[in-house]
Design a binder for this molecule. Sequence first.
Ligand SMILES: [Zn+2]
Length: 245
Amino acid sequence: MAQLDATAVRGAELSQTVDNIANEKAVVIFSGGQDSTTCLAQAVNDYGRGGVACITFSYGQRHSREVEVARSIATDFGVTPAQHHIVDLNWYGELTTSALLDNTLTISQEPTAVCPNTVVDGRNMLFLLIAAIYAKNRNISELIIGVCQADFSGYPDCRDIFVKSCNVTLNLAMDFDFRVEAPLMNLTKADIWGVADRLGVLEYIAEKTLTCYNGIIGAGCGTCPSCKLRQRGLATYLEGRGGQC
Ligand SMILES: [Zn+2]
């Protein structure tokens, strides 16, 4: 009897998975941070709960709680475990050096003329490639990535020209009509808070997401470059709105 119940449950899960795959319209590259959560909220708004799959990467990042936070947020937005794939890239730090992957390096606090030392070489290209493989297998054309070139100077793989060229390359590589969408590309951090507000998730994102390099959810440590950027953007947005969060 227990076996029959288990089989029935598994059957229900499988049929739910098949239904979801049929309904899925986009894959969001999802870290559980402010930007990708805004993208997820927008995608769920556009395609409905169940209409969006997520992919999250565990690549030895400094804020290792990212994966657990991503799982929890994706669930809140109606992404089932069957629609959320976690990819293990924990070998990344063996190939390259970045303050994001190595706790013994100090994150550079000031913007410089060269790349910040938190750049991870090739990261967005690798993420897009793996997301595309995952998406094609689910017959999904749209890939959504929360990169933004307005606030982050010095990250070469956050530029619009990179995203567009990667789109062309992915289409050629897999003979598939991918559409790589970067809806935040030309928005400031303040603008991104505005998008969240219009979607009704500003408070949720302010409280639940993780962008802090020291792994503190919500407002974060307040002192790392990522927290400063996030807080400055929120303050600017709220000032413009003339109200409180
Ligand atoms: Zn921080």
